[in-house]
Each structure stands twice: as structure tokens, then as C-alpha cells.
Design a protein around this ligand. Structure first.
Ligand code: FAD
Ligand code: NAI
Length: 463
């Protein structure tokens, strides 16, 4: 058994497994410690992949029930086989996690099964065996944020993990938190027949998303049947055999009331996960929010120990973790790995999707940056009309003086795919005019991006 490595990565999520593979590609002898029975971390096991599987299945179900007739497709009565839907989700997850195992074998990354603990720089303990290594990468990810008075039991009160596993459709699902998880998983269960109430502390949904987009998004979700109780604080939960009684009150003060639900989804954010890692003993500093403190090159305060992904600062997104994994491996190999944090897209995989990259209008105003706005609605896009998917718009923000792209925000069909064009353009320092003068195929949804870019200079053609 090998006990000495160039790099030991702790955690096999998108940050850790990608870092391990890239380091192995660059000639390092690499091990990755993972305590879960399968590789892939939160993302592949209980996050991105199972949620997208259920979003797809529930969207297909909803479309069969409500959308096909308009296309002249008559399907008779449509029924739900939730057990099959969940089984398919597990098959999708299994194929993905096994795929990472295959990649480890292909790249000769050794999977050390068990819990990793940092003994000191150069030493990692895995369930009692100490391995030596030149470098350590901490990639232990994150966990759901708890809420006082709302105890997760995995049945009546669940986090995203439990909400991905329900074996019956709740009559009433109460969601605490109108963030990404709440709206994605709230959408899944709404489409499958649950009444869904989303309770949010702030007076808006999806904080961080451009507020014009968030307002339009909320309107669309409300039309789909999601109920919103904004500016509301949950103060406690009482579980009975039949359901949960949530105590709520206005965030700014006022009379308390209750909301009765069959199931409650707690989704108020995620916190870095460092349990049992031995960081205090090893002298690795955390920041004020419990994240591993790193410099611009992913180095902690202890030489030889690095950290990436959800456990460090920055957006808790799989692709951010992956890019950090690649950049760290390249740095350890003496190359110039780098992540451009100004151009990390974010996508909410609801229907329609919400996608953004760069700065929001609010951020530009707060920073005192003068900008131009170009907008184009999908209602005026031929392909969106043909699809019957005309909700939403593309919004492009560019620098008033130079026309350089500063941000892009899309609410609409396949927004998550459309945003890639704008992320690429921003990475290359493009102007709105560069996008506008690029030939876009017709009829595609991407033409709405081109038209929004044209609209920045007041010269959209189709509106
Ligand atoms: P993780 O994926 O959390 O992996 C960390 C791994 O480390 C885990 O497997 C854990 O078991 C292991 N570990 C921890 N401590 C130890 C230890 N001491 N020893 C051994 N192993 C250890 N992001 C997106 O970009 N797109 C999405 O669509 C998306 N959907 C999501 C949906 C849900 C429901 C959730 C919860 C999250 C979603 N995310 C999404 C976020 C995404 O999952 C995370 O940003 C991503 O997984 C972070 O990767 P990571 O490698 O930092 O950590
Ligand atoms: P979030 O940060 O997206 O949203 C949490 C919401 O809860 C916010 O609106 C916040 O104001 C609200 N909130 C906080 N405390 C509250 C309280 N006490 N009562 C009521 N509301 C409260 O967090 P979420 O949805 O849990 O997701 C965690 C993270 O996982 C996301 O930030 C994202 O990084 C990642 N994720 C990404 C996905 C994607 O990329 N599509 C999908 C799912 C998760």
C-alpha cells in the first residue's frame, strides 16, 4: 500500500475530484480521501445532479399535463409514477458517481476511503492510517445551514437531501428560504402536485440576482402556483403525526401566525464543512464565517496546506469549485492556474431558467459605474414563439464610456445555456457591440442575446 504522495486531496466533490485528476494529469502522485460511499461530493450525490434529474422529470410531467395540448398533441390521461421517477434519478446519480471512479482509475488517482484529518502539514490521517504528502488540498465542501427552532428530522422537516428523496407528493410543502434550492425543489414538488408556500425573511426572492429579473421571475413562479410569503420570519416548528405547524411572524415585527404543512424544506443557505478535519490542531485559520481562509492562490496560513470549493470564500457553485481545483493543481505543478471571479455564471434551473454573469444593475449603481442597458423580450424571438416559451428577457449591461460588457442577466428558456456566450464574451473583454455584430443563427434563442446587445446602443431590430 502506498503511503506517500505528492498531493492528498480531502473530499471528492467537484472541487476535490477535479483537482486530483488535473494534478495526476500533470504528473503528480495523487490520493483523494472521501468518506462517502460514492465519489462526486454533494453535487453528484445530493445536489446538482439529482436535483436536475427531478427538475427534468417534473418538467416533462408538467408539460405532458399542461403544455402538449396547445401543440396539438393529445395524450389522454397522464399519471405520475413517482417511484420510477426517483429510481431514474438514482440511476442518473449512479452513472455520474461511477464515472468519477472510472476517471480516478484512468488517471491513477488513489481513492483513500474514510474520513480524512489533517495531522500537520505533510500528514493526513485516514481512519487511523497516516499518509505523508508534499501538499494537502482541503475540499470538504458545505452543509445545510441549520435554523434554531426548526429541527431537521429527515421526514417532516427536511433539507435539500430529504426533499430529493420524498416517496409521496406532499399536499402542502412549506419552503423556508426563497433562494436557489427553495425555488428549484419547490418547483419540482409544485409540478408534481403539491401546494407550495415559500417563506422568505427578506422582502424579495433570490437575493443577489438582478432585482428587475427577480421581480419578473417571482411573477412567473406565482403564475405557476408557488405562493410567496416574503418579509416573514420562522420562529419555530412543531411536528405531529400528520404534519408540521410552523410559527411565523413579520420580519419587521407584528403578530405571530402559523402555517400548517405536510413537509417543510429548510433551505436558508449552506455553511462550510470542516467537522473532524483537525484544522484547529493543525493551526489552519478560518475566517469569521467558518470558511478556511486562503490567499489568492488557495494557500492557507500553513505552508503546504491549500483549500478550494465551498469550504472557502466565494459562490458555492460546482463550476467555481472545479475551476479552483484545476487552478490549484496547475499552481502546485509550477504553472499559472487562475480563476477569474468576475466571470462566474450562476444559473437557477427552474422554468424558465435564470442565468447571470458579471455585475447586476444594483451593484453597478452602488459602485458608481456608469452603464448602458439593453433588453430584449423572448416574446419577440421567433424560436421562443415556436417553442411556446415566451416568458422572460435578456438584459445586457455595458460600460457607458467603453461599451465593455459588465454583466448579463437572462430570464427565459434555456437561459443557463445562453449565458455561456456572454461569459465567453466577458472573458475576452468584449463590448456589447462585439456581441451584436457576431452572426447568430436563425431561428435560435441566442438571437435574443444579439438583440439585447443591439439594444444597448438603441438599435434592436425586432422590437
Ligand atoms: P462538496 O461537493 O460538498 O464535496 C465535499 C466532499 O468532501 C463530500 O463528498 C464529503 O463527504 C467529503 N468530506 C468532507 N469532509 C471529509 C473528511 N474529513 N474526510 C473525507 N471526506 C470528507 N452548484 C451548481 O453549480 N449547480 C447546481 O445546479 C447546483 N445544484 C445544487 C443543488 C443542491 C440541492 C445543493 C445542495 C447544491 C447544489 N449546488 C449546485 C452546489 C454544489 O453542489 C456545490 O457548490 C459543490 O458540490 C461544491 O463542491 P466541493 O467540491 O467544494 O464540495
Ligand atoms: P441561498 O443562499 O440561495 O438562499 C437562501 C435564502 O434563504 C435567501 O433568500 C435568504 O434570504 C433566505 N433566508 C435566510 N435565512 C432565513 C430565515 N431564517 N428565514 C427565511 N428565509 C431565510 O441558499 P440555498 O437556497 O439554501 O442554497 C445554498 C447554496 O447552494 C446556493 O447559494 C448555491 O450556492 C448552491 N446551489 C446552487 C444551485 C444552482 O447553481 N442552480 C442549486 C442549489 C443550490
Amino acid at each position: 500500500m502506498t503511503t506517500s504522495f505528492d498531493l492528498i486531496v480531502i473530499g471528492a466533490g467537484p472541487g476535490g475530484y477535479v483537482c486530483a485528476i488535473r494534478a495526476a494529469q500533470l504528473g503528480m502522485k495523487v490520493a483523494c480521501v472521501e468518506k462517502r460511499a460514492t465519489l462526486g461530493g454533494t453535487c453528484l450525490n445530493v445536489g446538482c445532479i439529482p436535483s436536475k434529474a427531478l427538475l427534468q422529470s417534473s418538467e416533462d410531467f408538467d408539460h405532458a399535463v399542461h403544455g402538449l395540448a396547445d401543440h396539438g398533441v393529445v395524450v389522454g390521461s397522464v399519471s405520475l409514477d413517482l417511484a420510477r421517477m426517483q429510481a431514474r434519478k438514482s440511476e442518473v446519480v449512479g452513472a455520474n458517481t461511477k464515472g468519477v471512479e472510472f476517471l480516478f482509475r484512468k488517471n491513477k488517482v488513489e481513492w483513500l476511503k474514510g474520513s480524512g484529518r489533517v495531522v500537520a502539514a505533510g500528514q493526513v490521517d485516514v481512519d487511523g492510517t497516516v499518509y505523508t504528502t508534499k501538499h494537502i488540498a482541503i475540499a470538504t465542501g458545505s452543509d445545510s445551514t441549520p435554523l434554531r427552532g426548526v429541527t431537521v428530522d429527515g421526514k417532516r422537516i427536511v433539507t435539500s437531501t430529504g426533499a430529493l428523496e420524498l416517496d409521496t407528493v406532499p399536499k402542502h410543502l412549506a419552503v423556508i428560504g426563497a433562494g436557489v434550492i427553495g425555488l428549484e425543489l419547490g418547483s419540482v414538488w409544485r409540478r408534481l402536485g403539491a401546494a407550495v408556500t415559500v417563506i422568505e425573511y427578506l422582502d424579495r426572492i433570490v437575493p443577489g440576482v438582478d432585482s428587475e429579473v427577480a421581480t419578473a421571475f417571482q411573477r412567473i413562479l406565482a403564475k405557476q402556483g408557488l405562493k410567496f410569503q416574503l418579509g416573514t420570519k420562522v420562529t419555530g416548528a412543531t411536528v405531529s403525526d400528520t404534519g408540521v405547524s410552523l410559527s411565523v411572524e413579520p420580519a419587521k415585527g407584528g403578530a405571530a401566525t402559523t402555517i400548517e404543512a405536510d413537509v417543510v424544506l429548510l433551505a436558508i443557505g449552506r455553511i462550510p464543512y470542516t467537522d473532524g478535519l483537525g484544522l484547529a490542531e493543525a493551526g489552519v485559520a478560518l475566517d469569521e464565517r467558518g470558511r478556511v481562509r486562503t490567499d489568492a492562490h488557495f494557500a492557507t496560513n500553513v505552508p503546504g496546506i491549500h483549500a478550494i470549493g465551498d469550504v472557502v470564500a466565494g459562490p458555492m457553485l460546482a463550476h467555481k469549485a472545479e475551476d479552483e481545483g484545476v487552478a490549484l493543481a496547475e499552481r502546485l505543478a509550477g504553472q499559472a492556474g487562475h480563476v477569474n471571479y468576475a466571470v462566474i455564471p450562476g444559473v437557477i434551473y427552474t422554468w424558465p431558467e435564470v442565468a447571470s454573469v458579471g455585475q447586476t444593475e444594483e451593484e453597478l449603481k452602488a459602485a458608481g459605474i456608469a452603464y448602458n442597458v439593453g433588453k430584449f423580450p423572448f416574446l419577440a424571438n421567433g424560436r421562443a414563439r415556436a417553442m411556446g416559451a415566451t416568458d422572460g428577457f435578456v438584459k445586457i449591461l455595458s460600460d457607458k464610456a467603453t461599451d465593455r460588457l459588465l454583466g448579463a442577466h437572462i430570464l427565459g428558456p434555456d437561459a443557463g445555456t445562453l449565458i455561456a456566450e456572454l461569459a465567453l464574451a466577458m472573458e475576452f473583454g468584449a463590448s456589447a457591440e462585439d456581441v451584436a455584430r457576431t452572426c447568430h443563427a436563425h431561428p435560435t434563442l441566442n438571437e435574443a442575446v444579439k438583440e439585447a446587445a443591439l439594444a444597448v446602443a438603441g438599435r434592436a431590430l425586432h422590437i
